[in-house]
Design a protein around this ligand. Structure first.
Ligand code: BG6
Length: 301
């Protein structure tokens, strides 16, 4: 399989497929602009570090143990076709099944600026059809260069409309959770998931002093992480997404999760997730396509 993948989709010295210790296949990107890796299970981007940065921009837990059927902690999990808990069946996985099932490579190439492009398509199975009986193609295109661009595209190939929730649940690497602020969501309404589910309005910048789990709704705004410790800003710009989730587990929840990178890995990440959830779930008409695009960029200051 590895040989076939490298023959068909590998790009000399720039894109290589390897099998990791757990038997999962990982696409490794190493071009003049960045280094990145993406696990074929879940189409899960695991790392991205542009040449201009000495520290990765995407955070991956040092405690994550990639395994078949299990989500990787960190990177950019693809949540689809629902976000959070399933609306009616608690036996179905949180954040949907896309992040734990196999995807296959359908295209690769080099962009004019030297960035590497890779497109994966989710492989449906009896198990996924049981949870999601609709005919569709779900593709993720990753373009890894000095910026990171991710395009999640849902094509309805069936005869009736369906509704999806989705997220690119990206973990960003920061110096310390107590020393960052996030701008872009001032004045937006959000559902606060800590201690119930209350609708609130964002007043000023977001700063962190405890568990934070918020679904900002009706916003297409660009977010910026201002990181005083690493002396950089991370820009997250999006289209086709009207919700933004801001999440950090803080110490107690991180300890319970057990895979956040002991002892204090949780302090070095924050999730700024580009999402369609709650009132922003998307109806994809029969024959139509919906695409969510997110672009990440880091700038030293
Ligand atoms: C966030 C949710 O998107 O993902 C949180 O808002 C959740 O409630 C977090 O805890 C992590 O989810 P998981 O399933 O990857 O542990």
């Amino acid at each position: 399989m590895i040989t076939a993948l490298n023959t068909q989709f590998g790009i000399n010295g720039q894109l290589t497929f390897v099998e990791d210790a757990s038997g999962l296949v990982v696409a490794q990107i190493d071009n003049a602009l960045c280094r990145a890796s993406l696990c074929l299970q879940g189409a899960h981007l695991m790392s991205w570090q542009p040449e201009s940065q000495t520290v990765p921009v995407v955070w991956l837990s040092r405690d994550t143990k990639p395994a078949a059927g299990k989500s990787i902690r960190g990177g950019a999990p693809v949540c689809w076709p629902w976000f959070g808990a399933h609306a009616s069946d608690s036996a179905f996985p949180g954040h949907g099944f896309a992040r734990t099932v196999p995807w296959r490579v359908i295209e690769s190439g080099t962009e004019p600026d030297g960035a590497t492009r890779l497109t994966l398509r989710l492989v449906p199975s009896d198990k996924t059809r049981m949870q999601w009986p609709h005919d569709c193609n779900l593709d993720l295109t990753v373009i890894a260069g000095e910026t990171l661009r991710m395009e999640l595209s849902t094509e309805n190939t069936g005869a009736s409309d369906f509704v999806i929730g989705e997220a690119l649940h990206t973990y960003l690497q920061i110096g310390d959770i107590g020393a960052v602020r996030v701008t872009g969501l001032e004045g937006c309404e959000y559902w606060d998931k800590v201690g119930g589910s209350n609708l609130r309005r964002q007043d000023g910048d977001i700063v962190f002093s405890g568990e934070t789990d918020r679904v900002y709704v009706n916003t297409a705004a660009q977010c910026v992480i201002h990181d005083d410790k690493l002396k950089r800003r991370i820009y997250i710009a999006k289209s086709g997404s009207l919700s933004t989730v801001v999440w950090t587990p803080w110490i107690e929840k991180a300890n319970k999760m057990g895979d956040m990178g002991q002892p204090d890995g949780w302090r070095e990440m924050v999730c700024i997730e580009s999402v369609n959830a709650l009132e922003n779930v998307v109806t994809v008409a029969a024959g139509a396509r919906h695409t969510m695009i997110v672009e990440y960029r880091a700038e030293s200051v």
